[in-house]
Design a binder for this molecule. Structure first.
Ligand code: G3P
Length: 217
């Protein structure tokens, strides 16, 4: 399973990358705005900086919501750097744009997926990745992991190559359950990844080893 970090914060991306287990980055307009990135030139430069830090796919989302806007923006984003994956929302024009991009060899991440039907359409259109938002489904008392399972079954039934990129991942159990289900990628901020390290028996065991190692000197 691949680990992507879901942020536009350069310090956090660098910290995650230094762990040596990072496979890519996902961003969205909210995450870019949170970092105060605005204006076309600054936005494109920010994506380039991220591509320089990480050796892996970097999802950059289109802002337009019409077919023509998405094609124009997506082509520009894809031309920016070979690591860029064009992120497109699951709307009617978005599906048309994903089909167009897939025919042109431009890789895509179909975002804002909340149902198996949406994921099926995205795969049919040739999306490289599909991003089901599991935490946001949990927020409205709907089992987000169940959606990941449904998509896994559908993609396996027909051999779709679209990768399931579990997004809106909030904690370590989301990551573990995504791994058990067989999501291809999880994307989340750094804290849920770091919390995978935690176990009280590791802490107490290490404390004892350190104490005993003093006796070996
Ligand atoms: O990748 C999608 C993600 O950014 C949404 O996460 O926590 O805002 O639901 P969240």
């Amino acid at each position: 399973m691949k680990f992507f970090i879901d942020t536009a914060n350069l310090a956090m991306i660098e910290e995650a990358n230094a762990l040596g287990i990072l496979d890519g980055v996902t961003t969205n307009p909210s995450l870019m705005a949170k970092e105060g990135i605005s204006g076309k030139e600054n936005i494109l430069n920010h994506y380039l900086t991220i591509c320089d830090i990480v050796d892996g796919d970097v999802s950059a989302e289109v802002i337009g919501i019409t077919y023509d806007e998405m094609i124009k923006e997506g082509e520009e984003l894809a031309a920016l750097h070979p690591q860029i994956v064009v992120k497109v929302p699951i709307i009617k024009d978005g599906i048309k744009a994903i089909k167009y991009f897939s025919q042109k060899g431009i890789r895509t991440n179909c975002t804002l997926i909340f149902s198996a039907g949406q994921a099926l359409l995205a795969a049919k259109a040739g999306a490289t990745y599909v991003s089901p938002f599991l935490g946001r489904l949990d927020d409205v008392s709907t089992d987000g992991l169940n959606l990941i399972e449904e998509i896994r079954t559908i993609y396996d039934n027909f051999g779709f190559e679209t990768q399931i990129l579990a997004a809106s991942v909030r904690h370590s159990m989301h990551i573990i359950n995504c791994a058990k289900i067989g999501a291809d990628v999880v994307t989340c901020p750094l804290p849920p990844i770091l919390s995978l390290l935690k176990h009280p028996l590791t802490d107490s065991g290490l404390e004892q080893f350190i104490k005993d190692s003093q006796k070996m000197k």
